[in-house]
Write a protein that binds this ligand. Structure first.
Ligand SMILES: Nc1ncnc2c1ncn2[C@@H]1O[C@H](COP(=O)(O)OP(=O)(O)OP(=O)(O)O)[C@@H](O)[C@H]1O
Ligand SMILES: [Mg+2]
Length: 374
């Protein structure tokens, strides 16, 4: 068969694959261990990871595959992994000109989940705070990063804000803790209700700091409350967190669903996987049991079907959910029988079910090759 790319061409194509923790190309970092191309159009690439339990393995698998598949003549890509030995690590340290390899911004965080929507006011922050509490109630270690640097509301919803975060001996910022949830927000650093003006590079730096310089420690889940829309913050985070998945919040009406689809398109564009959809404000039930579909019906399911992802929950409007957000104690903690609380707990269990199993601490055999569909 003709037209297979050469090993050199494949290596050049892999230059676009960036190690999100070291911020450089895997080619430049000498992390591409082997490249083999067969005449039948199959390419096998082995990437060397700094640690066996590397959380960004999935990112490498997808990006390597995409980069090589884009070459003409390639029909299938197998991505394998091995782990650097001490000599290779020493060489990498030298390339990077630093004494220590970074642990990785979020090396000990198993799952990063961004909560986003196309438009504002659909309940992202309310759901983020309550999902975090629900995950904690399921025995998971949870953090919340309030990435809404303009309209932060997480501190209030989790009853935090009077305190300032401390700095550890390792010069890392320590998150505040509410109900067992580690929390970081720009709201902890500015005067109450002060308007915060962020522009491109500063914003990027602030978000990067929230990831790199905050001592998150080991977390099963880090939930990120995004600002409304599909702007700068989402793009920056997507760049910094290629391992993140996305949960899209929408209200039931068709117009909201169309806007939410835009958020999904953005997620696709930056190659973030969409974990699921949560429909919020899905009807209101009176104390007499009469149900009003205030914001319409069915938009969440339709969006989920269209994106081919699960509908994680339909969360009804309840007064208690709003009241508890204002009071700073998540409803799922305060009254776990409330219908909105039940729906949110259902969504939390869905997130747990979707999460890959926790990484095994022991080393995996070198040269382990993951089969990939062509
Ligand atoms: N299911 C619900 N039942 C009752 N009130 C709700 C529900 N969901 C959200 N709210 C209320 O709606 C308002 C907006 O919610 P929230 O601030 O969580 O939205 P948001 O999407 O984060 O908004 P923004 O885009 O401004 O960040 C809040 O007052 C919240 O308490
Ligand atoms: Mg919000």
């Amino acid at each position: 068969m003709t037209g297979m790319p050469t090993i050199e061409e494949i290596r050049r194509a892999l230059e676009v694959v960036i190690d999100p923790e070291l911020h450089r190309s895997i080619v430049e970092l000498d992390m591409v261990r082997t490249i083999e191309a067969s005449a039948d159009g199959t390419v096998a690439v082995t990437v060397t990871l700094t640690t066996a339990g590397c959380p960004i393995r999935g990112h490498f698998q997808t990006s390597v595959r995409d980069a090589v598949m884009a070459l003409e003549g390639v029909r299938a890509v197998n991505v394998g992994f091995d782990v650097m030995d001490d000599a290779q690590k020493a060489a990498l340290r030298q390339t990077l000109g630093r004494a220590e390899l970074p642990d990785g911004a979020l090396a000990l965080v198993e799952n990063v989940v961004c909560i986003g929507s196309g438009k504002g006011g659909v309940g992202k922050s309310t759901l983020t705070a309550n999902l975090a509490a629900a995950l904690a109630a399921e025995g998971r270690s949870v953090g919340v990063l309030d990435a809404d640097v303009w309209g932060y509301s997480i501190p209030r919803m989790l009853g935090l804000g009077a305190e300032r975060p401390a700095v550890s001996a390792e010069r890392k910022i320590l998150p505040l803790v509410a109900g067992g949830i580690s929390v970081m927000s720009i709201g902890f650093f500015v005067e109450e209700d002060a308007a915060v003006v962020w522009r491109g590079p500063m914003l990027h730096k602030a978000l990067k700091q929230f990831l790199d310089d905050v001592d998150w420690g080991h977390l099963d889940f880090l939930l990120i409350d995004l600002p409304p829309g599909t702007g700068d913050v989402s793009m920056t985070l997507a760049q910094l967190l290629p391992q993140a998945t996305f949960v899209i919040v929408t209200t039931p009406q068709p117009a909201a669903q169309r806007v939410a689809r835009r958020a999904a398109e953005m997620a696709h564009k930056v190659s973030l996987e969409i974990a699921g959809v949560i429909e919020n404000m899905a009807g209101f039930v009176t104390p007499d049991g009469e149900r009003y579909a205030i914001f319409g019906e069915g938009g969440g399911q339709e969006l989920a079907d269209e994106l081919d992802v699960p509908l994680l929950a339909k969360v009804p409007l309840t007064m208690a959910l709003r009241e508890q957000s204002d009071a700073g104690v998540p409803l799922v903690v305060h009254d776990s029988d409330d219908p909105a609380a039940q729906a949110i707990r259902h969504a939390a269990r869905g997130l747990i079910a979707l999460a890959p199993p926790p990484r095994a601490p022991e080393r995996e055999p070198a040269g382990f090759v993951l089969p990939m569909a062509g």
